[in-house]
Ligand binder design. Structure first.
Ligand code: PLP
Length: 405
């Protein structure tokens, strides 16, 4: 990968006709160091947010030693890059072949589950010559509310509090270490999400009367986007630690988390070119089938910046984007705020696409990704403290969308 100073240098020097991914290893290092030092437990990077090998290695360099993987391909990827990493296979519905390969070939010992059937599958797949494995950490996934989050994860996985005690007791029999995990939904806008979920955890532990060794609060830690201004991550950590310490669990218990977005959002932005302007609509060369899936399908807003050598003097106005494919659904409503004189041929940097941007790109209609280059300037927005102060871009407007703590 080549090094450039910033988006403007890339636009000037390469004049790229395809979208260029701009990666910021320093931002990923900051995020990794922050979680490794400030979270009061172990941080597992949720690989699905961005499986880039360069990012995974950078997070390792920043002190992340644990990885949350959800498919056998992610298990193989991380194990191939990092022989020493601890992997947790946290998809509650796995293929038996995937469990067996993860356990017997790649040394995975941590698995999640939310049914008795999955428990039986794990026990069967990890046995050797009919002898059950004695070194499993089994995490029962509880269903919790996604009420504070921008993207719900509440309907697909998780066992309800009423049914959890029986599954916890059964998993306890098969496990060396027993854990409870949950996911409050992605981009949780208030730490109260974790406090509420941990109240469910407490109820399940008391009802089951089991010894629990691991509390895994999952992902959901936010990043900063236009119109979404969460409290500091330290506030989340403090609320989690307080609730965790009041749980009836063993003295040697561990606290874990699985940040995806918070560890990867700042890592990448995308440099796109405007191919056409129609009033307030800009036709750009990346879109819903590229790195802007969430912008199209859940109307996610990303920070944007016009990339021109001579800064525009025009007033800002709101734009919507069309992506490059022939599909009407390749539309990003925004609004994205840019100077009123944006025109065809201009370049725009779209920020915070390190999480769930590159990861969801397809090759539909022949529009694939262009180059990936390293840039050395600061990310367009960040919730990660850098030198004490988080970066707030000019076009991120705090709207007070969630309860502040
Ligand atoms: C997606 C996912 C994560 C990461 O979620 P973020 O909101 O990106 O932090 C963590 N754990 C599990 C089980 C997931 O499915």
């Amino acid at each position: 990968m080549h090094n450039h100073h910033n988006a403007l240098r890339v636009a000037t020097e390469l004049q790229p006709a395809a979208p260029v991914t701009l990666v910021r290893p320093d931002a990923a290092l900051d995020a990794a160091r922050f979680f490794a030092s400030a979270f009061p437990g172990k941080s597992f990077y949720a690989v699905k947010a961005n499986p880039s090998p360069h990012l995974i290695e950078t997070l390792w360099e920043g002190g992340i030693r644990h990885f949350d993987v959800a498919s056998i391909a992610e298990v193989r990827l991380v194990r191939g890059l990092l022989p020493q990493a601890v992997l947790a296979f946290m998809h509650p519905v796995k293929a038996e072949e995937a469990i067996a390969e993860a356990y017997h070939v790649h040394g995975v010992r941590i698995f999640s589950l939310d049914t008795h059937e999955e428990l039986a599958k794990i026990v069967r797949s990890c046995a050797t010559d009919g002898v059950p494995a004695a070194d499993l950490t089994l995490c029962v996934r509880l269903k919790v509310s996604s009420g504070y989050s921008k993207l719900s994860l509440a309907s697909k996985f998780g066992i309800g509090v009423a049914d959890a005690p029986a599954l916890l007791l059964a998993a306890r029999q098969a496990a060396d270490a027993l854990g409870i995990c949950f996911h409050v939904g992605s981009q949780a806008m208030s730490p109260a999400a974790y406090a509420d979920a941990l109240a469910f955890v407490r109820a399940a532990i008391v009802e089951a009367g089991v010894t629990v060794d691991v509390i895994d609060v999952g992902g959901g830690f936010p990043s900063r986007y236009p119109g979404m201004e969460p409290p500091s991550l330290e506030t989340y950590f403090a609320v989690i630690e307080r609730a965790y310490e009041s749980l009836p669990i063993s003295y040697s218990a561990e606290l874990w988390c699985e940040p995806g977005r918070a560890l990867s959002a700042d890592y990448a932005s995308v440099l796109v070119r405007v191919e056409k302007r129609r009033g307030e609509e800009l036709y750009i060369n990346d879109g819903a089938y590229g790195s802007l899936f969430d912008a199209a399908h859940v109307e996610w807003r990303y920070p944007v910046k016009l990339v021109r050598a001579d800064a525009s003097q025009a007033e800002p106005m709101d734009f919507a984007f069309y992506g490059p494919t022939c599909d009407d659904m390749d539309h990003m409503k925004g609004p994205f705020e840019l100077p009123a004189d944006v025109k065809a041929g201009d370049y725009i940097e779209i920020g915070q696409l390190g999480a769930y941007g590159q990861a969801m790109r397809t090759g539909f209609n022949g529009f694939t990704n262009g180059d990936t280059v390293i840039v050395t300037d600061a990310p367009m927005a960040s919730l990660i403290p850098m030198g004490g102060e988080a970066v707030v871009p000019a076009n991120v407007v705090p709207l007070g969308v969630a309860a502040r703590v």
